[in-house]
Design a protein around this ligand. Structure first.
Ligand code: ZN
Length: 299
């Protein structure tokens, strides 16, 4: 079953639902980082919710960028998604393992709960719409629910989960955001509260083989599917992009790379792909930089 996002309305069209199956996406992330079970669950949850938020974007060029700095040992967590269903992300330190006494992964402990969650929606306008809230627990689902309530004034239920096997492989992952639309009746509000209390962990539904669509129609009798979108782990980095980044370095740093290191290896922080730059390639970049500076001076 392929990863997919569905957008739906239910409860007399008074709630909007975004649901994702994200197993393959999170699995590809785990393979890229060889991350510990706890860090896989942490970043996997963030990637899933970031993909869900981005599923409202209309254009590939539009982005959602999430940054979480919770004070825990994972450090900074970054996730990005575009309007085409591509997601990527990283945590500073993806090796730490933490579990609670009951055996469940302790995501809140690696993320921490003393910092902030920031969401930036870049719609191609000059300034992205950015909202920041303090973390609720570092467990990710609650933190995003708090973000929607405070920063976007939208009461929301956020359920997200990643099930990791004993060998750190990803068995199942998924997420759901259920939001009350403006003017929702008391009846709908209490129906949603009841549903939220009775829902099982997201990763359980995914492991049982539910697609995102099947889960939505299982939970809501009157669900109407409005759209289906893809979701995949895809970085989009390239050697050209890193050449551009090298062009912004100081000339003396480029010279050091050429003369002392005899070349450079750049590792993409999002996907851990390695790019090699030979002495000759670095020299070309240095020459291009010198050309640009001459032109600037002559302008
Ligand atoms: Zn990359």
């Amino acid at each position: 079953m392929k990863d997919e996002i569905v957008i739906a309305e239910a409860l007399q069209h008074e709630v909007r639902i975004h649901a994702a199956r994200s197993t393959d996406t999170v699995r590809a992330m785990q393979e890229a980082f060889d991350s510990s079970a706890t860090c896989t669950a942490a970043l996997g949850r963030v990637l899933t919710v970031t993909g869900l938020i981005a599923s409202d974007l209309k254009q590939k060029e539009e982005h959602v960028r999430v940054r979480i700095r919770g004070g825990g040992p994972i450090g900074l967590i970054v996730a990005e998604a575009d309007g085409d269903g591509n997601v990527r992300g990283y945590g500073d330190n993806m090796d730490l393992y933490a579990a609670r006494a009951d055996g469940h992964l302790d995501v809140g402990r690696v993320v921490g709960n003393t910092g902030t969650l920031q969401v930036a929606r870049d719609m191609g306008l000059k300034e992205p719409f950015t909202g920041t809230v303090e973390l609720a627990s570092g467990e990710i689902g609650e933190d995003f629910a708090r973000y929607f309530a405070i920063s976007e004034q939208t009461p929301s239920v956020v359920s997200v989960g990643v099930l990791v096997g004993t060998d750190s492989s990803v068995l199942a992952a998924g997420g759901m955001i259920i939001q009350l639309l403006p003017g929702a009746s008391e009846e709908t509000i209490s129906a949603l509260e009841k549903l939220a209390a009775s829902m099982r962990p997201m990763s359980e539904y995914m492991q049982e083989g539910y697609s995102a669509e099947a889960l939505v129609t299982h939970l809501f009798d009157d669900a109407e599917i409005l759209a289906k979108k893809p979701l995949r782990w895809h970085c989009g980095c390239s050697k050209e992009r890193f050449s551009g980044a090298l062009l912004t370095l100081k000339k003396e740093d480029l010279r050091d790379m050429i003369e002392e290191d005899g070349g450079a290896e750049i590792v993409c922080q999002f996907c851990r792909k390695k790019y090699q730059f030979s002495k000759e390639e670095l020299q070309e970049i240095l020459d291009a930089k010198t050309d640009v500076e001459h032109r600037d001076r002559n302008d």
